[in-house]
Unconditional design. Structure first.
Length: 260
């Protein structure tokens, strides 16, 4: 009897923390760029947990600094922001590439971004917009589609075939009338990207907005990220920006590889 009770307790101890982490992850996943602050009712609806469980878990996360609740709404806590700065993609990559993003912004005066591949999407690691904010662009920590973005195509053009297959298989819904939604058309575009050295998004993600992006490589010439410039189509010429973006990405690749 004593042995059986000990086994049961051990199993419960192992399951308990795992279940608690799953609940915390579900709550954190409820937040995104369009849902930065959530009431308890909205949090319950988005995370899929029972109301009492959501309230209890969110309160514990608030005490840990993972969530904040200055009023009636929850939001991601500053402690997670502090921890995120320790991740290699935010620390090593951002520190190596940031000077070149700043130079590129100074030369073009349009928004610049740094992104890495995360599943079928591109995670925005850094962004500089200056005094001309572009609300249609994702915030740092947000994500954008890979198949129709300059950042995504710059990365996919140098990725393994299995990675490309996975991204294209995830779906390619049209975001604008110009969006390429066929796998064959996207693959042809990726081949062109690899040949000229930069990718172009001509109003495929947002109407009236164009983007040019180039790949960033690691020390073994493995693709690790991409940087881009984005601006209004009427005041932005991708064919002029392409060489500058490619040169900035090449310099960023050397700087990042030196750190590795």
């Amino acid at each position: 009897m004593g042995t059986s009770q000990t086994t049961t307790d051990t199993t419960t101890d192992k399951a308990g923390p795992a279940a608690a982490l799953d609940r915390a992850a579900a709550i954190l996943d409820a937040f995104d760029a369009e849902h930065r602050e959530l009431s308890l009712a909205a949090l319950v609806a988005r995370c899929g947990l029972p109301r009492s469980t959501t309230h209890r878990t969110a309160d514990r996360m608030r005490r840990l600094g993972w969530l904040d609740k200055p009023g009636e709404r929850y939001r991601v806590g500053e402690r997670l922001f502090e921890i995120s700065g320790l991740a290699p993609v935010r620390h090593e990559l951002r520190e190596a590439v940031l000077p070149f993003l700043q130079d590129l912004y100074g030369a073009t005066k349009v928004a610049v971004q740094l992104g890495v591949l995360r599943g079928p999407e591109v995670l925005i690691v850094e962004k500089i917009t200056g005094h001309r904010p572009m609300p249609m662009l994702s915030a740092v920590g947000g994500s954008i589609p890979t198949y129709c973005s300059g950042l995504g195509r710059a990365i996919l053009a140098h990725s393994e075939a299995a990675v490309v297959d996975e991204v294209l298989a995830a779906g390619m819904p049209p975001r604008t009338p110009r969006t390429l939604t066929g796998a064959a058309a996207v693959r042809r575009e990726l081949a062109a990207v690899a040949e000229r050295g930069w990718a172009v998004d001509h109003e495929e993600g947002n109407v009236g907005v164009s983007c040019v992006a180039a790949p960033i490589f690691g020390p073994l010439r493995e693709i690790v990220a991409a940087l881009s410039v984005t601006g209004p189509t009427t005041a932005f010429r991708p064919e002029m920006a392409g060489p500058a973006v490619r040169m900035a990405a090449a310099a960023a690749s050397r700087a990042y590889s030196a750190r590795r």
